[in-house]
Write a protein that binds this ligand. Structure first.
Ligand SMILES: Nc1nc2c(c(=O)[nH]1)N[C@H]1C(S)=C(S)[C@@H](COP(=O)(O)O)O[C@H]1N2
Ligand SMILES: [Mo]
Length: 212
């Protein structure tokens, strides 16, 4: 117990020295669960995932079709606004940029922001360039396993830091919606659920943009 405390503090110092610990954060080896409201049920026969808004043509995938899309693995450090950081987390799923590059859908020139829409009306907003960057993924798996219901099964947005690419903009982890059902591409920005509740719209972990 005491040993694991000192081990954690040692690991935390190492991350700080490597410039991987943002201001005001501490290292956790757990994976806390945080969300508003209940965990929604998943019915694979009724589920779909849609892209809409400033797109040339709306697209929708069933769960079966979604699982046929090209897949990407990604290792990132994730930083929660409640001050925990978890390092080298492994995610697997679908990259929005890869979908666009492979022509699965096309954006209209007006698209500049992305609103993630999740079950029960939850939303999270990000600039388009963040969603198209390498550190944003539509994730189905964490650490080699399907997401657990608490962490967003079957699909969630995830965003974090890639240590080798320090120039990528890194928002806090709340900018990834669990139980994701659609991406709305928008010409103008609209605050999401937590942003309306007082969280910072940009949420840059290095600038410690926690509250608006
Ligand atoms: N659908 C939904 N997604 C959500 C939230 C939520 O309330 N509902 N909360 C966000 C917040 S505040 C955080 S910190 C992360 C937590 O993800 P985790 O429970 O997997 O750690 O989910 C984000 N995604
Ligand atoms: Mo959060």
């Amino acid at each position: 117990m005491l040993n694991s405390f000192f081990k954690r503090k040692q690991d935390e110092s190492a991350m700080r020295d490597a410039n991987r610990l943002p201001p005001g954060q501490s290292l956790t080896n757990k994976f806390p669960v945080l969300h508003y409201g209940p965990v929604p049920p998943f019915n694979p026969a009724a589920w779909n995932f849609r892209v809409w808004g400033e797109v040339e043509e709306e697209k929708s995938w069933t769960w079966e079709a979604f699982n046929q899309l090209p897949r990407t693995s990604l290792t990132m450090d994730i930083h929660c606004v409640t001050t925990w950081s978890k390092f080298d987390t492994l995610w697997e799923g679908v990259s929005v940029r890869a979908l666009l590059e492979a022509g699965f859908f096309r954006l209209k020139p007006a698209a500049r922001f992305v609103i993630q829409h999740a079950e029960y009306g939850f939303t999270a907003n990000l600039p388009l360039e963040v969603v198209l960057a390498e550190n944003f993924l539509l994730a189905t798996h964490f650490d080699g396993q399907p997401l657990t219901p608490d962490h967003g099964y079957p699909l969630r947005g995830v965003v974090g830091a890639i240590p080798a690419q320090p120039d990528l903009k890194t928002p806090y982890f709340w900018k990834g919606a669990k139980w994701l059902r659609s991406l709305e591409f928008a010409a103008s920005d609209r605050p999401g659920f937590w942003e309306r509740a007082g969280y910072h719209n940009d949420a840059d972990v290095w600038k410690e943009e926690r509250y608006g």
